[in-house]
Design a protein around this ligand. Sequence first.
Ligand code: NAD
Ligand code: GLY
Length: 373
Amino acid sequence: MTAAPAASLQTIEVALTTHPYPVVIGNGALQQLGDWIRERGFKPGTKVLVVTNPVVHGHYGEAALGSLAAVGLDASALVIEAGEDQKTPATVARIHDAAFERRLERGSLIVALGGGVVGDMAGFAAATWLRGIAVVQVPTTLLAMVDAAIGGKTGVNHPGGKNLIGAFHQPRLVLIDPATLATLPEREFRAGMAEVIKYGVIGDPELFSRLETAGPISTQASVGPALLQALLERSAAAKAKVVAADEREGGLRAILNYGHTLGHVVETLCGYGTWLHGEAVAIGMAAAGEIALAMGLWTAGEQQRQLALIEAAGLPHRWPDLDQDAVLTCLQGDKKVRDGSVRFVLPTAIGQVEIRSDVTAATIATALARRAD
Ligand code: NAD
Ligand code: GLY
């Protein structure tokens, strides 16, 4: 391996026993993409397929491809359509077609340059092409930086539910350049804050308090560069720790699904694209907090603190008008169902959650009614 590129970037290790990898964070990291890939052992001449979408390609395609070419990697781009409704097997087939046309081999590499949609699909294409080739994640949304790009979950949606088709496929490297957030629409930035709040509730009360005292956190300008770098590092460290302890979600990793069980219901029943993933997670966290309150797991004061922080991030927390039976049916189709019962991640304090399989349909109905407009 060559030496690590010189720069003032933070590196957090995802300490998996068989395939550890670094998460590199810092302004200017994108310009060093090629160096970091070389540092991971890829030789000059290696074929690299950069999968991205039109918007991200327009902003950052040239910088990424230039950095790869500068160190002798044989890189080309594939631009796929953006949007959750494009996260389908058909789009993954397009990536496979490009892999075939460009003769990607076992030693080749796919780089995912974009948000979670690009990352999940490019990761899944890499997991399945030639039974698995390497992938590097270069997230360009806050949500993908703090969550989607780290941890190896890849996949696409099925009409019956989110992410039902997929594979675990860890990246060789995650490279986060906060400067790329400069062009991210504010609504997308807020959606990412939902996952940051999630880390606070599931295990980082200090992060939660820091966000509480920061005032409005709904735009990049209000968050500011220092807090942004800190929350990227803390979120990546939190995710890395959980993934290293439980790579394939045998137990602990399920806590990362806080807010997602009911959030996925919102996404599925309202139609993919109505709510952004992070917005649905915010609604899901508020609903899970209400269930926890109904079950006496945490206090009204704690639920209020959670709602206030969701609001400070400019995120929704009201439960939409959805048919109860459809909600329950959708919950049964969720990946988190085990032996027929839905497993909820429920808060017991700010910074602490529990996994429960004993939430009754009546409790769900009452809690969701309380969260309704
Ligand atoms: P996204 O990928 O749809 O990106 C949001 C939008 O932002 C897109 O329109 C994109 O073109 C645009 N965009 C991206 N980067 C930009 C930039 N720097 N400047 C301007 N525009 C930019 O959405 P997302 O929130 O990043 O990801 C959501 C997806 O991630 C969902 O499909 C969700 O299921 C998945 N996810 C996966 C995991 C995981 O562990 N694999 C975790 C959380 C979420
Ligand atoms: N976003 C949930 C997980 O990665 O496990």
